[in-house]
Design a protein around this ligand. Structure first.
Ligand SMILES: Cc1cc2nc3c(=O)[nH]c(=O)nc-3n(C[C@H](O)[C@H](O)[C@H](O)COP(=O)(O)OP(=O)(O)OC[C@H]3O[C@@H](n4cnc5c(N)ncnc54)[C@H](O)[C@@H]3O)c2cc1C
Length: 246
């Protein structure tokens, strides 16, 4: 149950409030509004001006409170990332759920976070040093800390492919692949478990099929078997490569 609601107008005010016990940042509230644990106070981030999307050189700077729909509609959002966002949740929720809230609350089925993991997105924390936390380091531990921005590389080739039961269902399996100008190739897979998984991050694409196959080794759940996912992952990764090479 939420027992107190705050809407600070400055970062300092927000930090002072968040230093209080049992107090959580509030993004879109789609998860926190259903909170059934111990009573909490929430600090709504919407008046902090973190709802901007800015192209800065080779990077896209996405404010923590940018909604998924805002990002999907942005002209700067790569088409393959739009595809992942579209699959994440229906329009009404995309209009409310924030980029940071979705990362913090995600499980392994999140197409959006699978895409961010392949893109090697950087989370910027709102502390004095503006600590930069690569999403791959954040996801396994989810350390507490206020995320103010998410930074994505722009001059990369990026593809996202998925297999779902219906066109709008969360994928049984999704594969996201990013290739930098240097040849560096990073692949993430999602569709089960507590977090999307990083399959490979290498100097080139060779060995991608074995990497995604191995990443699905324990991918058994009630929706699909690991055997199925291992095979499909190789096909989807191949499709991603064909897309970026086209
Ligand atoms: C009816 C319903 C259906 C749903 N269906 C789906 C679905 O199909 N697919 C899906 O993936 N999800 C679904 N969800 C879950 C939910 O919508 C997402 O996880 C959502 O993206 C969370 O974003 P939010 O901004 O609303 O987070 P909030 O509820 O505001 O916060 C979620 C968590 O993130 C923390 N947080 C928020 N912002 C920050 C920040 N800037 N820094 C640090 N921590 C922060 C909060 O403290 C909290 O712990 C559903 C939810 C509902 C209510």
């Amino acid at each position: 149950m939420i027992i107190a609601y705050h809407r600070p107008r400055s970062l300092e005010e927000a930090q002072a409030l968040l230093a209080q016990p049992n107090t959580r940042p509030l993004g879109g509230g789609t998860v926190l509004a259903r909170w059934s644990g111990a009573p909490i106070a929430v600090v709504d981030l919407q008046a902090l001006g973190w709802n901007r999307i800015e192209l800065r050189g080779n990077e896209l700077d996405v404010g923590a409170t940018v909604t998924l729909q805002q990002l999907l509609e942005s002209g700067s959002c790569p088409p393959a990332l739009k595809k992942a966002i579209y699959l994440e949740m229906p329009l009404n929720l995309r209009n409310v759920a924030t980029a940071a809230g979705t990362i913090v609350a995600c499980d392994g089925r999140s197409p959006f976070v699978t895409a961010l993991l392949a893109l090697d997105a950087k989370l910027i924390l709102a502390d004095e040093q503006e600590t930069v936390l690569p999403i791959g380091e954040y996801l396994p531990f989810r350390p507490a800390g206020l995320i103010c921005r998410i930074v994505l590389p722009m001059h990369v080739r990026f593809a996202f492919e998925h297999a779902s039961r219906t066109p709008s269902d969360l994928p049984l399996l999704c594969v996201a692949l990013t290739q930098w100008m240097t040849g560096r190739t990073r692949i993430a897979v999602g569709g089960w478990g507590t977090s999307p998984a990083l399959a490979m991050d290498g100097p080139e694409a060779s060995g991608y099929d074995a990497a995604v196959y191995n990443a699905c080794y324990h991918a058994n759940d009630e929706r699909a078997s690991a055997e199925y996912r291992k095979e499909i992952a190789m096909a989807l990764a191949r499709r991603c490569l064909a897309t970026i090479e086209a």
